[in-house]
Ligand binder design. Structure first.
Ligand code: AMP
Length: 400
């Protein structure tokens, strides 16, 4: 990689996460978060490498002001990590939905901005916010090259039989209703890293990645290409998540609308915000630290939730073994995948037919790229901490 400092921006509707990454050492030089943008009580959190975390409450009426404060923090004479903005060679932006237009990351220009805007329909909560972040950066750093890295891009290699729904074909033709998948940057990073750690060729492996965070998805990566993934048109499909339902019978929507006298918007809000492990545990928690604790105390809500959650993950793994006619490596990643040893154990209990044997000592280690299966396990099971920011920085440097 060429040496440069890359600012990675992940912009939401009222928040903005950032990291400054040195492409040579691949170290994070500083990171932070702007919260409550456009709302009372806006706050910026900034942590330089090896330094103390600073919280500053300061007005941020819009994203341009948020980015201005980020740049000010990065160049602050005392706690900043660069002398001037000229040291920032490029900006990498996370963009949620690239539709069918983007199978790769791209250098952002006017044409690309227009194409991202055309995908707004597919991700009305996310894409407009991503565009606002890009525009704010362009205003303040007009001469710095910018790259868009899409959550959906890695999954664009899925074959038609994996991405089509059993719906009237005209809806695909008219509205591009199909499965897209998300967390692509993470699935790509983790599957590549697994091959690297094992010292095997990426193109020779069949890998299943379980990205289990607040949002969660599984993907099947065969010979270096994604062939299926559990999220669909939106990030609501697939696994049971923190607060999202994942797969349900679509007829439940009508059933509930009648019984509870609710409109579509309210039902969708239940499916996105009040379901998942939070809803299933009868509001015990959406956090697996609480659910694990409850499980060990035999709390009925926690036991039901853990069992149902892990069963769904195991079922998707089975589906992807079928899709790839086998599997060599199964990877766990993201907040739950990296930290919840109990979830990994419970999922692996279903995988005896793959010859999976878990080494429980390794399974209880934290924070490293590690195999948690025994040496004689027929399928390798690994924990690979994800690093989407680094993946975005690498893509940015590759394209600049
Ligand atoms: P993410 O979206 O990848 O940041 O994952 C966030 C989720 O990871 C949290 O909601 C927790 O459920 C889970 N998590 C984080 N740390 C732990 C931990 N030490 N043990 C179990 N679960 C954890």
């Amino acid at each position: 990689m060429i040496e440069m400092k890359v600012l990675v921006i992940n912009c939401g509707s009222s928040s903005l996460k950032f990291q400054l990454i040195d492409s040579d050492s691949e170290k994070c030089l500083a990171k932070g978060l702007c919260e409550r943008i456009g709302i009372d009580g806006s706050m910026i959190t900034y942590t330089p490498e090896g330094g103390e975390k600073e919280n500053t409450v300061t007005p941020m009426p819009d994203h341009t002001e948020a980015i201005r404060l980020v740049l000010e923090a990065l160049t602050n004479p005392k706690t900043g990590v660069v002398k001037s903005l000229d040291e920032i060679g490029a900006v990498g932006h996370r963009v949620v939905h690239g539709g069918e237009k983007f199978a790769q990351s791209v250098v952002i220009n006017d044409e690309v901005m227009a194409a991202i805007e055309e995908c707004n329909d597919l991700a009305p909560l996310h894409n407009p916010a991503n565009l606002i972040g890009i525009n704010a950066c362009k205003k303040l750093m007009p001469n710095t090259p910018m790259v868009g890295v899409f959550d959906t891009a890695f999954h664009q290699t899925m074959p038609e039989e994996a991405y089509m729904y059993g719906l009237p074909y005209e809806y695909y033709q008219k509205y591009k209703i199909r499965r897209y998948g998300f967390h692509g940057t993470s699935h790509s990073y983790v599957s590549k890293r697994a091959a690297e750690v094992l010292g095997k060729k990426y193109e020779d492996l069949k890998i299943i990645v379980c990205h289990l965070g607040n949002g969660a998805s599984v993907s099947a990566v065969k010979n270096g290409k994604c062939v299926d993934t559990s999220m669909g048109l939106t990030p609501l499909e697939g696994l049971i998540m923190g607060t999202r339902s994942g797969d349900i019978d679509p007829a439940i929507i009508e059933f509930l609308a009648h019984k509870e006298n609710k409109g579509i918007d309210e039902i969708m809000s239940v499916l996105n915000k009040k379901s998942g492990v939070l809803g299933l545990s009868d509001n015990l928690s959406s956090d697996f630290r609480d659910l694990e604790e409850g499980f060990h105390k035999d709390d009925a809500n926690a036991v039901r939730t853990m069992k149902t959650y892990c069963y769904r993950v195991a079922k998707y793994i089975g589906a992807y073994v079928a899709a790839m006619n086998g599997v060599d490596v199964i990877c766990f990643t993201a907040g739950i995948g990296e930290n919840a040893a109990l979830v990994r154990s419970m999922v692996c209990e279903y995988l005896g037919y793959l010859g999976v044997k878990v080494d429980e000592d390794a399974n209880h280690k934290r924070g490293e790229d590690i195999a948690i299966s025994t040496a004689d396990s027929k399928t390798t099971v690994m924990v690979i901490p994800t690093n989407e920011e680094l993946a975005i920085a690498r893509e940015t440097v590759r394209l600049i």
